[in-house]
Design a protein. Sequence first.
Length: 255
Amino acid sequence: MTKEERHSEIMDNLLKQGSIQVTELANILQVSSVTIRKDLTDLEKEGKLYRSHGKAILINPFTNNRTVTEKEKLNMDEKRLIGMEAAKLITPNDSIVLASGTTIHALARNIHPESRLTVVTASLQVAEDLAPLDTIDLIQLGGLVRHTSLSVVGKYAEMILSGFSFSKLFLGVDGIDLEFGISTTDMREAEINRAMMQTAQKTIVLADSTKFGRRGFAKISNIEDVDMIITDSRLPETTRQQIEAIGIDIVTVEE
């Protein structure tokens, strides 16, 4: 098998699985691990894959901090459908906490309660959307405003949260990695998200499929600390099975 044929076979396997171990590729192609590592180095230089801890992955595992305006334009249909599905989980006379992010904003646009609903949020956008609804008792957390996310962070907001108890936390994230956990690009955002998780009986993560296999700079929690994930139908079946094996409910929305 030529070098070009090996590269083609590596990419075919990677496209099917999303990630693959060096040892597995060596067995498939019947070559040494040294040869596979050289092939992966070449493919990484060409920008076709990324290497991480003895394996190859298809996408860059590190996510960058973007403004909320930029994020709003990404995967808009998927976020809208995820937000619609998440809204179905809100029950009459519920008390919920909404974190920040564009997928959480999509959820807020689908909240139209007929009975009383108590909402606490860190997001200025969410508060702006829900403020006109007279069936919602809305509490906006105070603190330092992050301009990129239009949300509040800091010890003051965390102190306010400590006095509340919620049935559900709806959480947006920048990365979901089975080894690293759920994460965001900002350390202060991770801290307030952890505080929210401590106040809620159930943590529900809203994330489109592009967030899987990615890592933000700041870890929020282990994946096992999440109760449910709502995502879109482009999530690879192997990833879905791995998440379900952990004991997490996962809901995929169809376009």
